[in-house]
Design a protein around this ligand. Structure first.
Ligand code: HEM
Length: 187
């Protein structure tokens, strides 16, 4: 009788175990939450208008367009362009290598920061990049008014790239940018 009870308990345990493991396999994994990068276009591939015959993720293309427009707005903004003298003199001499590297680094930075999975940011960290002692391309430390000008120029650049200031994804990007103020402003 005692043996029968033990065998029944073991059988019950095994069948519960098998039932639970089968149940787990039948339950679909929860869908991943869409990222901010997804709302900027995500990883769908589209033709890259800047490099004919190649493709680029839709989210990256939009971010790159916003970044490039923003760099041009900054270049013409006397409130902030005094910090970019190295870049501006290169561009003035027809040398676009620094511009291309900055465009790539900023695009990677924003893409990764908004949740892109297929890129890696390989540039300097934000404190090092904005300290003239560690980045000779940064002319003088930034203060709060420089940061305000940068944010205004970012929204102006986005508008030029076809993204109005009221766009929810852009407002979220603006919040990420603002969260970096204490690293950028070192004055
Ligand atoms: C949250 C806001 C900002 C972000 C996310 C940002 C991001 C970056 C990144 C990713 C780089 C490239 C680093 C590298 O080359 O490894 C960079 C470079 C630079 N940033 Fe910023 N930045 C911000 C605000 C500012 C502000 C407010 C100023 C100026 C007052 C500024 C001035 C510069 C300069 C001068 C460079 C070097 C440009 C060059 O390569 O010639 N940044 N920044």
């Amino acid at each position: 009788m005692k043996n029968l009870i033990i065998v029944s308990i073991i059988t019950l345990c095994f069948s519960t175990l098998i039932f639970e493991s089968c149940k787990k396999k039948d339950t679909p994994a929860p869908a991943a939450q869409p990222t901010l990068y997804d709302s900027l276009g995500g990883s769908a591939m589209v033709a890259d208008p800047a490099n004919s015959g190649t493709q680029i993720e839709k989210g990256r293309l939009l971010i790159r367009n916003i970044i490039d427009s923003t760099i041009f707005v900054i270049a013409g903004d006397t409130a902030i362009n005094g910090h970019f003298t190295v870049l501006l003199s290169e561009v003035g001499n027809g040398n676009l290598s620094g511009f291309q590297e900055l465009s790539k680094n900023l695009t990677d930075f924003v893409a990764v920061g908004t949740g892109a999975k297929d890129y890696v940011y390989t540039g300097l960290d934000m404190v090092t990049a904005h300290n003239p002692a560690t980045n000779p391309r940064m002319n003088d430390k930034a203060d709060n008014s420089d940061m305000d000008a940068f944010e205004k120029d970012l929204f102006a650049g986005a508008a030029k790239a076809g993204v109005p200031a009221s766009t929810p994804a852009l407002i979220s990007v603006g919040k990420i940018v603002e969260s970096l103020r204490s690293k950028i402003v070192q004055n």
